[in-house]
Write a protein that binds this ligand. Structure first.
Ligand SMILES: NC(=O)c1ccc[n+]([C@@H]2O[C@H](COP(=O)([O-])OP(=O)(O)OC[C@H]3O[C@@H](n4cnc5c(N)ncnc54)[C@H](O)[C@@H]3O)[C@@H](O)[C@H]2O)c1
Ligand SMILES: [Zn+2]
Length: 387
């Protein structure tokens, strides 16, 4: 009995130590789920709440938190379109808005955010809300988790891409000297609140960009999901259902490998080549949205999958048809190809000189740590150009 008492005491002491009072079952949000996994390694806890009435659910969540001050980070578009949806029920808070766009996901904006936090007098018990797409979530979370060695933050993703991808998995960061997500940390928000209400004001091209990650989730983990996506025009998808399905796929992968030492790498399918395209055109007039770049990456890496990991020609055709049907064909000047290939080897997934890929064994199954050469990347891009 004494041992059991002692174990119970340890559990209770740990719950207090890690502020487990913030963890509860959200009975009034029937689809909410919680993650106990990170308690041992002192990371913060992540709850994902699928909300039907975002302003009430956020107010309710905040009501149960213990914080000194509340800060809200958004960009110029989410300030206009999303902030009004939550503002009236928010407790007293300070706001910071930066000019929207990937181009501002940089150290200068971080400096301004840290400056604002300092001027607001935020201490370590401050709580930050990131209201926006992946740019706001990545940068706001990075600033929060580095300010005074880390304050807690909540993500409210407002684009499809950030709802199904960027807000889950704890990767935070900014672009640096033209390299995507070059500086960053892993840290978990204490909660992610997801509502499809925000998608109503999202420009169609942004919705389509996020859809690339949804397609990726089918390709790497669930062939039925991929088949299901093929049966509908992308514009008429049931977003609520897709968001929940995609979040559950991403979450299950990330939970098995939070620090990307193995399985999590499958989420990079399409991204080794896709990121290189995104980086290359970042500052140019032809700049590509993340999903548009990843669509090119997925076609190119599906080609490599056919060459190297068993994807059949028929499957390659299915993937190419779906992606070209949604994103069209983007013209890549041959003069740009060498520089794009060179950028592939800058990707975070590489150990020294080898270029690592996550490739499909078949639709619904992905393998990681498959090495490729620059010549093979050139062939893959040439395949895309030939379509
Ligand atoms: N951390 C991760 O795991 C992860 C994963 C994928 C992508 N990302 C990052 O996410 C970023 C891309 O995310 P994104 O596509 O959400 O970009 P974004 O944050 O720039 O949002 C896209 C555009 O939509 C606007 N917007 C956002 N919500 C809106 C709404 N509800 N109504 C109207 N306009 C709205 C934004 O102001 C912006 O102009 C990239 O920086 C990428 O590197 C991170
Ligand atoms: Zn992505």
């Amino acid at each position: 009995m004494a041992i059991i008492d002692f174990i119970l005491f340890l559990i209770i002491a740990n719950l207090k130590l890690f502020n487990i009072t913030t963890l509860r079952f959200y009975n009034f949000y029937p689809r909410a789920f919680c993650n106990f996994e990170s308690i041992n390694n002192k990371e913060k806890l992540e709850s994902i709440i699928f909300s039907n009435t975002i302003s009430d659910d956020l107010a309710g969540f905040l009501n149960r938190q213990d914080y000194s001050q509340l800060g809200l980070i958004m960009d110029s578009n989410t300030q206009e379109h999303c902030y009004p949806l939550i503002k009236s029920k928010l407790p007293a808070h300070q706001t910071f808005a930066f000019t929207a766009g990937e181009i501002n996901k940089n150290l200068d904006t971080c400096t301004q955010i840290w400056q604002w936090m300092t001027e607001c007098g935020f201490d370590r018990k401050a709580l930050i809300i990131n209201l926006g797409g992946g740019v706001t979530g990545d940068m706001g979370g990075f600033c929060a988790s580095t300010y005074k060695r880390g304050v807690r933050f909540i993500n409210i993703p407002t684009t499809l891409l950030s709802q199904v991808d960027a807000s889950v998995g704890g990767k935070l960061g900014i672009d640096f000297n033209g390299f995507k997500n070059h500086i960053g940390v892993f840290a978990e928000p204490i909660a992610v609140l997801i509502s499809d209400e925000f998608l109503k004001t999202l420009p169609e091209v942004e919705l389509r960009s996020g859809y690339a990650e949804v397609i990726k989730h089918g390709l790497i983990q669930n062939a039925d999901y991929f088949s299901c996506l093929k049966t509908q025009d992308w514009e008429s998808q049931d977003w609520k259902t897709l968001i929940e399905k995609s979040v559950s796929i991403k979450k299950s992968v990330v939970e098995k490998d939070p620090k990307e030492s193995g399985l999590r790498k499958i989420l990079n399918f399409g991204h080794t080549i896709g990121h290189a395209f995104e980086s290359f055109y970042l500052d140019s007039d032809n700049h590509l949205l993340h999903g548009e770049a990843i669509a090119i990456g997925m076609i190119s890496e599906a080609f490599l999958s056919n060459k190297k990991s068993g994807l059949t020609l028929d499957e390659l055709k299915q993937i190419t048809n779906l992606l070209l049907g949604v994103y069209g064909k983007i013209e890549i000047p041959t003069a740009d190809v060498d520089a794009i290939v060179a950028l592939c080897s800058q990707d975070k997934k590489n150990d020294s000189e080898r270029i690592n890929f996550s490739l499909l064994r078949k639709i619904g199954q992905c393998e990681y740590d498959i090495t490729g050469s620059t010549l093979e990347i050139k062939e893959a891009i040439a395949f895309y150009q030939s379509l």
